[in-house]
Ligand binder design. Structure first.
Ligand SMILES: NC(=O)c1ccc[n+]([C@@H]2O[C@H](COP(=O)([O-])OP(=O)(O)OC[C@H]3O[C@@H](n4cnc5c(N)ncnc54)[C@H](OP(=O)(O)O)[C@@H]3O)[C@@H](O)[C@H]2O)c1
Length: 239
């Protein structure tokens, strides 16, 4: 059942972003889904064309794009890059500057609930770049005092990635299906599980105004997301 709420997704062309948009469309609780990114996607499916509105921006000039962030009640941020792809400076620019910039404009434009895909191990005091930047972004957003802020800390994202990432492929092949079958919540997070958790959590009440959701909690939230056609909740091991 659709509500009057409008969602906005940054990072919607990435793997977790794509899974999230699909879940939001299938779930059909948001009236509209605004998609903000550095490039547009040519959607062929009618439900995508009807339900989404794409807004293209230059994240380096984000303050010139205030209007792109207008009109959304809920923001889902799936932005991110890797040091391998963008270098240390580029990684900090996307995973801190762009995320904090998007959150600042979201708050300014009246967003009531901000969801951030961060990472397991995020720690602003870490010696290592990745957890440090992730922790710094979390800390910066926490200081913005959103009415609600939900920070997700998934483990290794399980996805058939379009882009070639050697280290990720090696890790996936080592972990393979065995760990996923025996103990899926240890070190992996299928992107569909993350998407379900985020979608379900955006309609939950009585949760803390700032919450950090670890990998186990992501799985628990995902289990509660009902199947739109049957109304039944899905077991996460169905995947
Ligand atoms: N991979 C993992 O195992 C893992 C584990 C835990 C947490 N995480 C975190 O989860 C989040 C989502 O990960 P993911 O694997 O879904 O990401 P992804 O597939 O790499 O997608 C990243 C998104 O950010 C956008 N982006 C990247 N660089 C940009 C730039 N310079 N300017 C504008 N947009 C840019 C991409 O746009 P384009 O499509 O245009 O490039 C894409 O929409 C990230 O913050 C990541 O650190 C990942």
């Amino acid at each position: 059942m659709s509500t009057d709420k409008i969602a906005l997704v940054t990072g919607y062309t990435g793997e977790s972003g794509k899974a999230l948009v699909k879940e939001l469309i299938t779930n059909n609780q948001f009236k509209k889904i605004i998609l903000v990114g550095r490039r547009k996607v040519d959607y062929t499916e009618n439900e995508y064309k009807e339900k989404t509105e794409q807004r293209e921006i230059d994240f380096d000039q984000i303050d010139n794009y205030t209007e792109a962030f207008r009109g959304a009640d809920v923001h889902f941020c799936c932005l991110g890059t890797t040091r391998g792809k963008s270098g240390a400076e580029g990684f900090r620019r996307v995973d801190f500057d762009y995320i904090v910039g998007a959150a600042r404009l979201a708050k300014q434009e009246g967003c009531k609930h901000f969801h951030l895909v961060s990472s397991q191990g995020a720690n602003e005091n870490s010696y290592f770049l990745y957890p440090q930047v992730k922790g710094q972004a979390e800390a910066a957003l926490t200081k913005m005092s959103f009415p609600r802020l939900s920070i997700y800390r998934p483990a290794m994202l399980m996805v058939d990635r379009v882009e070639h990432r050697l280290m990720e492929r090696i890790a996936h092949s080592i972990i393979g299906h065995t760990v996923q079958r025996i103990a899926p919540e240890w070190i992996t997070t299928p992107v569909q599980i993350l998407a379900r958790a985020m979608c379900f959590n955006s309609f939950t009440k009585d949760r803390p105004s700032v919450e950090i959701i670890d990998n186990h909690a992501i799985f628990r939230l995902a289990e509660q997301q009902p199947n739109p056609s049957t109304g039944q909740t899905k077991a996460t091991n169905e995947l």
